[in-house]
Write a new protein. Structure first.
Lengths: 131, 261
């Protein structure tokens, strides 16, 4: 999974693509309405969609737009470390580093203890064999 | 000509530079001779006298200001160019150290709303006078660039945040392992403790000295040491009376199996 910032960036890019698609669709699939008694204008390069399809496509595009915007808002709200300043982070990192060192020491000590016990146990088992 | 060169630099898999054919063993030999000669003559301008095919063999000086790579210009030291440097108006305030991160999310939200509004305006303009699109498109562009800039500025912050969470994870893991090790140790000690009392009860009754020590020890860490010492007298007595010990051996093994060991 990509991190939040990349997700946000991708979402923004997708939003821009939707911007373009929506305008492009409306521009290339609209029908003409004659004014007064003039004949209806025709454009050979245009392929007008039937009204109900045009309408539903418009609604779909609008829904996409709103959805994407909402998604962006959610992503912004869930950005990591909001309300934490750089100094806080550095402080926390330092703290964690020290804690890690301590924990590592403890871990090594416990491993040594385990190994020591293993040796002792080994001796006991061997003594049983000899008996 | 210049165009062609630019194209070559910008292509993803550029053709090798034209002078690569000069890199032959003969030319390298020649260059060495030339340099040796230049040293002898103490001539500073030796490179000027070099024939054209040898000039390329001397590597150029490393760049100090900026350089071009795959059609992109890189600055030295490497850094992200600011919006001002790119001649793009900056739509968010300069960071002040105190509440920068809170501001950043707020600014992002503001910019995304503004972006949508600009688009709405663009759609309106397209409906009324489509030829005036340019200004709004420019605004949209500025907004998008600003949003991306903000996000990219945010990255170091996120990197630190990720590092923190990774360290927390590692700490948790390390502590868990310590805990597990301790538990295992306690279990083994318990086992050793029960074993030593068992030893004292059924196996080593003949040796009074060891039996008293093993029964009296309550300190867990000491028990293993005493069980280790018990081996010495038993091995010594094996030589004395092997027959008795064999019998005991058998019975002790049965007892051990009953104890589930």
């Amino acid at each position: 999974m990509a991190d939040r910032l990349t997700q946000l960036q991708d979402a923004i890019d997708q939003l821009a693509t939707i911007f373009y698609c929506a305008l492009r669709y409306v521009g290339s699939h609209h029908d003409f309405i004659p004014t007064h008694n003039e004949p209806k204008v025709r454009d050979e390069t245009l392929q007008p969609d039937p009204p109900h399809i045009f309408r539903s496509s418009q609604q779909e595009l609008a829904r996409d737009l709103v959805l994407k915007t909402k998604q962006i808002e959610v992503l912004i709200a869930s950005l990591p470390g909001i309300g934490v300043s750089e100094d806080d982070q550095k402080e926390r990192l330092k703290e964690l580093g020290e804690e890690l060192e301590r924990a590592e020491e403890e871990r090594l000590r416990s491993i040594r203890e385990k190994e020591q016990l293993l040796v002792e146990f080994d001796e006991v088992v061997r003594s049983l064999k000899r008996v | 000509m210049a165009d062609e060169q630019d194209n070559r630099r910008a292509s993803l898999f550029p053709a090798p530079p034209t002078f690569y054919t000069h890199f032959t063993p003969e030319n390298q030999e020649k260059l060495k001779e030339f340099q040796a000669a230049a040293k002898n003559d103490e001539d500073e301008n030796a490179s000027k006298e070099l024939p054209a095919e040898l000039v390329c063999l001397i590597p150029p000086k490393p760049p100090t200001d900026k350089y071009q790579s795959f059609g992109q210009i890189w600055t030295l030291p490497e850094r992200h160019p600011t919006l001002q440097e790119l001649n793009i108006p900056q739509l968010f305030p300069e960071p002040n150290n105190e509440s920068y991160n809170v501001d950043r999310a707020q600014e992002l939200r503001r910019l995304s709303k503004s972006l949508l509004l600009n688009y709405l305006e663009l759609v309106g303009i397209m409906g009324i006078s489509p030829e005036e699109y340019a200004e709004k498109v420019y605004h949209l562009r500025i907004h998008l660039i600003n949003i991306h800039e903000l996000i990219n500025n945010y990255r170091p912050h996120q990197a630190r945040e990720t590092l923190i969470s990774m360290m927390e994870e590692q700490l948790e893991k390390s502590r868990q392992e310590t805990e597990d090790n301790r538990k295992a140790c306690a279990k083994v000690r318990e086992l050793l403790g029960s074993l030593s009392t068992f030893d004292a009860g059924g196996l080593l009754t003949s040796d009074t000295a060891t039996s008293t020590t093993t029964t009296t020890t309550t300190d867990i860490s000491a028990t293993s040491a005493t069980t280790a010492t018990t081996t010495i007298p038993t091995t010594a007595s094996i030589a004395d009376g092997a027959g008795i010990w064999e019998e005991r051996d058998k019975s002790s093994w049965e007892a051990l199996q009953q104890a589930g060991l």
